[in-house]
Design a protein around this ligand. Structure first.
Ligand SMILES: O=P(O)(O)OC[C@H]1O[C@H](OP(=O)(O)OP(=O)(O)O)[C@H](O)[C@@H]1O
Ligand code: HPA
Ligand SMILES: [Mg+2]
Length: 163
């Protein structure tokens, strides 16, 4: 899969990500998790926020990688979680989003009994997670705040005169 399948951008600010993740925590609070496993790297930020909201202090990572920016390539397992996590029963598994579902399929196979959530989801992958907050269309690229920076913007009148 290559970058040309994305036609729209959906920009998530730090504030929006925080609010969405906190909303997710309300749906998880009734469950008693032994620990949180973050799918790195994208799952690290929501996992940290959820750990704070749910008062969970045992946190581990599952390291997988499959994108060079917008281009998908073969998925590599970089780090497995601690052996004591077993099949994931009683653990919360967190990623930032599910897109094609390729990553979700692999992490589900590794930890089939974990409760798996993402903050954002696209149609091809949404059935693979137990819960998420916001769905965007398959042709949308989600711009996360850690991939962006604040920069100067020309006044509108100048932009028009240049054009
Ligand atoms: O549903 P999929 O099509 O598999 O895409 C979703 C995955 O892609 C991104 O991770 P990436 O592999 O880019 O690594 P990163 O988290 O280190 O940025 C994202 O954080 C998800 O883990
Ligand atoms: O839409 C996306 N945004 C950021 N990272 C991603 N990795 C897969 N899909 C996406
Ligand atoms: Mg990821």
């Amino acid at each position: 899969m290559t970058a040309d399948r994305y036609r729209k951008d959906f920009t998530i600010t730090w504030d929006q990500l925080h609010r969405d993740t906190r909303e997710l925590s309300h749906r998880l609070v009734a469950r008693d998790f032994k620990g949180i496993i973050a799918v790195t790297r994208g799952g690290l930020i929501p996992a940290g926020l959820l750990a704070r909201e749910l008062n969970v202090r045992w946190i581990d990572t599952l390291g997988v990688s499959s994108y060079d920016h917008m281009n998908q390539r073969n998925l590599t397992l970089i780090k497995a979680p601690d052996e004591k996590v077993g099949d994931g029963e009683g653990y919360l598994l967190v990623d930032d989003l599910v897109d094609t579902g390729k990553t979700a399929k692999v992490v589900r196979e590794l930890l089939p009994k974990a409760w798996f959530v993402t903050v954002y989801a696209k149609p091809e992958g949404r059935e693979l997670v137990d819960d998420f907050i916001t769905e965007v269309s398959q042709d949308t690229w989600i711009q996360f705040p850690w991939d962006m920076g604040v920069s100067y913007v020309e006044p509108v009148i100048n932009q028009h005169r240049k054009g």
